[in-house]
Write a protein that binds this ligand. Structure first.
Ligand SMILES: Nc1ncnc2c1ncn2[C@@H]1O[C@H](COP(=O)(O)OP(=O)(O)OP(=O)(O)O)[C@@H](O)[C@H]1O
Ligand SMILES: [Mg+2]
Length: 239
């Protein structure tokens, strides 16, 4: 039987607002597995903690409890909940990608360089990375006249496509997607679906949140449903 490359056990996240003596609960007791060549979809109502799960795996957020076991390319088992920063940065560079809803980029950097960067960081030459970046931008229907300018002033949909091109270009072993097609037209959504299928066929594992239930039906091999957390509690009552 296939073994998961990612396994969350009892993952929970809450946020402490010290100055207000409040605990904001988010994800609670989440169990989830991701497999090479498969897509696990996270579903649940708004505020159920879906994005918090992806942020925990990518370690933008430190989990409050639970384990996030990740099997690396060289077969080491790392708990992403407790791994040190150095290990996390190394995995982000070589194995784990995250397409968030919002693109963060360096000002005044050309779009084609923003997209090429993850490949360059993996050790690919600039020329090869640039040509691959241009292919990705073309696949995402970003007009060629925009490739050499910064995405700072792009529309929401254009930024999202740049974000996707950047997330998919290096073909990460584990890819986290947070509503990647939320502001795309049907034609570009179809192009993204094809790219995700290619990635699966090449053996990447994906964990994804889709705003559109029909995409879950089209893309998901497994579905994990989250339920919304309890009411906001007083910190002093909780701990
Ligand atoms: N940085 C943060 N600080 C405080 N509370 C946060 C933070 N991030 C998320 N939360 C809270 O955690 C809860 C879950 O948020 P999360 O973004 O994970 O939900 P979601 O399921 O992704 O929702 P949506 O479908 O609207 O994107 C919310 O109540 C949110 O306000
Ligand atoms: Mg979210």
């Amino acid at each position: 039987m296939q073994k998961p490359i990612l396994k969350l056990e009892g993952f929970s996240k809450h946020f402490l607002l010290h100055e207000q003596d409040k605990v904001i609960p988010s994800s609670h007791g989440v169990n989830l597995e991701a497999y090479a060549g498969k897509l696990t979809a996270l579903i649940g109502p708004t505020g159920a903690g879906k994005s918090s799960v992806l942020n925990g795996v990518y370690r933008t957020y430190l989990p409050s409890s639970g384990s996030i076991l990740y099997k690396t390319k060289d077969e080491r088992c790392v708990d992403l909940a407790t791994a040190d920063e150095h290990q996390i940065l190394d995995l982000r560079r070589h194995e784990i990608g995250f397409v968030t809803q919002f693109l963060r980029f360096l000002p005044r950097q050309a779009t084609q360089d923003v997209v090429a960067q993850p490949l360059c960081r993996k050790g690919v030459s600039y020329e090869v990375a640039l040509s691959r970046s241009q292919e990705m931008l073309a696949a995402m229907n970003i007009p060629e006249r925009l490739w050499s300018v910064s995405p700072a002033t792009f529309s929401g949909g254009e930024k999202q496509r740049v974000n996707l091109a950047r997330g998919l270009i290096a073909k990460p072993r584990l890819l986290l997607l947070d509503e990647p097609t939320a502001s795309l037209d049907p034609k570009t959504t179809d192009a993204v679906v094809e790219l995700i299928k290619d990635l699966k066929a090449e053996g990447s594992a994906l964990v994804a949140i889709f705003h559109d239930p029909s995409l879950v039906e089209r893309m998901a091999d497994d579905v994990v449903a989250l339920t919304p957390p309890q009411q906001i509690e007083k910190k002093s009552e909780k701990i």
